[in-house]
Design a protein around this ligand. Sequence first.
Ligand SMILES: Cc1cc2nc3c(=O)[nH]c(=O)nc-3n(C[C@H](O)[C@H](O)[C@H](O)COP(=O)(O)O)c2cc1C
Length: 386
Amino acid sequence: MNIDAAINIHDLRELARRRLPRVIYEYLEGAAEDEVTLRRNRSSLDEVEFIPRIVAGHKKADLGVTLFGESLAFPAVVGPTGMNGIFHRHADLVLARAAEQAGAAFALATASNESIETVGAATRGVKWFQLYPWGDRKVWRRLLDRAAAAGFTCLVLTVDTPVPGNRERDRRNRFAHDVTISPRTVLDGLLHPGWLWNVWLKGVPRFENLLEFVHPAADIHEIAAFTRKHRHPDLSWDDVAAIRAMWKGPFLIKGVLSVQDARQALNMGADGIVISNHGGRQLDGAVSTIQSIEPIADAVGKRLTILADGGFRRGADIVKALSLGANAVVLGRAPLYGVAAAGAAGAARALQILEEETARTMILLGCGSVKTLSPDYVSAPYQQRR
Ligand SMILES: Cc1cc2nc3c(=O)[nH]c(=O)nc-3n(C[C@H](O)[C@H](O)[C@H](O)COP(=O)(O)O)c2cc1C
């Protein structure tokens, strides 16, 4: 299928499935244990019904928002995802450029395969940096200094990964942070020559941001050993406060699912939160994110910028999240399907599809601007009725 013939994100996902070795596709697609939360992110979105206003007279919809003083033409952040280089060569750069083109923000992961400096220099779009609090305070400070110097404006601290989630597809495939190349993996690669040529034969992607903490030529196994050794299951609110103090710009905490933690984030001096269950990849059985938006927005929405992610595959999903109280959304797998399917053209196509769907949904809903979306436009079984 030609990339322009992909009419929705499901088509891009199918193209990605065909292009990637199974082990890699399962890493992209999979989630923790029985994948209940992965499915529930979707089923809870499907339960949200629109209540359109008729004869609302909007020729087109304004999708623009301002987040922390920066304007976005499309209310989305291409989310922080580690190991993007395994899907396509230079995928971090490709995604950052696609986001800029679409008027979305881009969040670079600590575990990216392009360095902070390379991505910083490659795009003038809105760039955020995501921190995993691995290592000690010296490591955090160093990464944050590099991000600030490279033009990243917001810091996203991810706190829902005290230990790795139990992703059984990856365990079965022996593809965790530590990649084991079995004969089956080799055969899998040979059956996907496009991927093999584009990714593997040009040198296995490295965790560029972390090399300096191990050694300059550290391979994927050595970095995996570093992250295993230097995780912080005991991360405390004092540590969060220390990170807040190290960063001068806007600060977001990613992985919030409760009103209590949203209030705590506010008390810690956060400017925003990402309501997230990590796409179902961490705590299986965690509440779906779409359900969590409205109660959290009611409690802290006037004082915190609220982002949400989890299962967004349609523009309509984005409109549902914004109606329930999110200021913008974070996209995980959707743009990754695009980049895995066809590199730059695929990443651009993913964002174009979502942008067109969002605009069309807004007109059909009878709402002219995402800034005026409200819970009045939707109904869901779990919604609090006022
Ligand atoms: C392949 C993959 C890698 C990810 N890596 C990270 C990461 O390094 N840091 C992080 O904060 N979240 C990471 N996430 C979670 C995403 O940022 C996001 O929360 C999640 O994917 C949203 O759900 P969705 O994929 O259904 O849109 C990753 C997700 C995927 C699919």
